[in-house]
Write a new protein. Structure first.
Length: 246
């Protein structure tokens, strides 16, 4: 039995690692698509695409997955992809926005609706929760190896045109007006900073606490949405108990 238990634990860890890797690839694919859509699929003439392709290489993302994301942006292969946003409420009334990139709207809508229904949520109409979020530019700079304290980094970010900055032990998180993201990104690069992330995101104005008895149900909803191949991002206005954050 001990041998079986050991194998089970190893397999469980491997499955968790595979799932995490899949989510990383999914996010990078989304970023590749958006960068190529905005500035073309040639990294020599698209600085943002070069940044994302560097992240793909660092994550050991297969070349065929990278190519597929770029093909989506350029329309190669004949498939036409659309960006669609779904809005709804999770268990406990938490606002959720789901950004999808799909070549089959009916398939994606059905899957998203099913996830909400199965996990105690409800899919809403367009505009039902969007007003609760602000569209912002979001830049992350890793603190490891960076010779800059919080005050210096804040001044550099503000000089570059950013609106605000928060910090964690590992990162500087910089927020901009959505329309100024590219300008702030380029200004920070000119100052010599390496950016880990530079993207448009949705920031909730307020959050709703998830009731303790619905945390598992809520987590299952977010997992099912995130694991859908058509889903590129899930934005939440939820506050989880501290011991459930991970």
């Amino acid at each position: 039995m001990s041998g079986h238990s050991k194998w089970h634990n190893i397999q469980g860890r491997k499955n968790a690692q595979d799932a995490k890797r899949g989510k990383i690839f999914q996010k990078i694919s989304r970023d590749l698509y958006q960068a190529a859509k905005a500035g073309g699929a040639d990294p020599d003439g698209n600085a943002q695409l070069r940044l994302v392709m560097d992240k793909a290489k660092a994550a050991n993302m297969p070349k065929d997955v990278v190519k597929r994301a770029l093909d989506k942006a350029t329309g190669a292969g004949g498939a036409k992809f659309e960006e669609i946003t779904y809005e709804g409420y999770g268990p406990g009334g938490t606002a959720i926005m789901v950004a999808a990139l799909t070549d089959n709207k009916n398939r994606t809508a059905s899957a998203v609706r099913s996830a909400f229904t199965h996990h105690g949520g409800v899919l809403g109409a367009s505009g039902s929760v969007a007003y609760m979020f602000n569209r912002r530019g979001y830049i992350v700079i890793l603190r490891d190896g960076l010779d800059a304290d919080e005050d210096t980094m804040l001044m550099d970010a503000l000089d570059a045109g950013a609106d605000d900055m928060t910090t964690t032990d590992e990162t500087f998180e910089i927020f901009t007006d959505a329309g100024q993201l590219a300008a702030v990104r380029d200004a920070l690069r000119e100052q010599g900073f390496d950016l880990d992330t530079a993207e448009i995101t949705m920031i909730p104005e307020n959050t709703t606490a998830v009731p303790a008895d619905k945390v598992s149900q809520y987590a299952n909803l977010i997992d099912e949405l995130s694991e859908n191949d058509d889903v590129s991002d899930v934005y939440e206005a939820a506050e989880l108990p501290e011991d459930e954050e991970e």
